[in-house]
Design a protein around this ligand. Structure first.
Ligand SMILES: [Zn+2]
Length: 159
């Protein structure tokens, strides 16, 4: 079976920086619905189109094709006392940005006196990265998955 529109694709992946150092090695493979459902990066779908199980590739992606550019407006300073508990650097909180209605995950990057500096950018934003990808499995998606525009079951979407 080959990867075409409306197949559920299981990928093992590693993310490396542009110098080849592993930044993220996923313990669980990812499963996505192929065919433009925005379950994964468009460049990954492009590279997977027509491939079979066992296919392995390394994709070099510019920041815009990967995790986007850094947005300085997503760096915000809040009062340390406004955060729940006793947060540490690296703690994550959901919040909203002033410009969009969507929820963003902010990480505490540092403290300055009574203030916490929060960054809502993806940790890999602004970086060129490499994806090391191996196709582990391919199956036809169910009608329900296609209607829902995502994959169900193990590693997939749970309702
Ligand atoms: Zn669903």
């Amino acid at each position: 079976m080959r990867i075409t529109k409306d197949t559920a694709v299981t990928l093992r992946y590693k993310i490396l920086n542009d110098k080849g150092k592993v930044i993220e090695e996923a313990r669980q493979p990812m499963v996505y619905l192929h065919g433009g459902y925005q379950n994964t990066l468009p460049k990954i779908e492009e590279a997977m189109e027509g491939r079979a199980r066992g296919y392995r590739t390394t994709l070099k992606l510019a920041p815009l094709d990967a995790f986007g550019m850094r947005d300085d407006s997503l760096v915000q300073t809040v009062a340390r006392s406004s955060l729940p508990g006793t947060p540490k650097v690296g703690a994550q909180f959901r919040g909203q940005t002033g410009t969009s209605q969507s929820e963003v995950v902010f990480r505490v990057t540092r403290f300055e006196g009574d203030s916490a500096i929060m960054d809502g950018n993806h940790p890999l934003a602004g970086q060129a990265v490499q994806f090391d990808l191996t196709v582990m499995d391919i199956r036809a998606a169910s009608d329900e998955e296609i209607t829902h525009r995502h994959v169900h079951g193990v590693h997939g979407h749970h309702h």
